[in-house]
Ligand binder design. Sequence first.
Ligand code: HEC
Length: 120
Amino acid sequence: MYRKVTLVIVSVVIATLYNCTTNTIDEVEIEDLPPIVESVTYDDDVAPILNSTCVGCHSGPSANAGLQLDGYANARAGVEQGNVINRINNASNPMPPSGQMPPENRQIIEQWAADGFLEN
Ligand code: HEC
């Protein structure tokens, strides 16, 4: 009986530790990606990501946290002033709340800001 309990506890501890390891790896993934060489634009690259992942909760008069991310001007203002890059990369309090986007998508948004917010 005690052996079984010990076994269960040990398994839970191992599973938890394993989870921590994979989370840590996830945080450094953007740096591990090859740099983006083509220019990143709102129309081609950023809009598809924000529209499918964020706009459902972040648009219109009842946008969550008052943050609107629909359309070029709102998206740009959100990234410039709205803490967007911090929250998409925040593994413990991510946006979207359901979990971090793949590093490829987060890299596109960071590169868009670094390139000076090209529209098209
Ligand atoms: C399911 C709804 C939902 C989705 C999808 C969602 N958000 Fe949010 N977002 C919220 C809520 C609720 C808050 C306020 C609570 C909080 O800050 O955690 C928030 C807060 C934020 C904040 C903080 C605003 C501030 O003033 O501090 C940012 C930045 C943000 N979201 C960006 C995003 C981005 C970028 C995406 C898409 C990648 C996204 N959110 C997707 C619901 C959502």
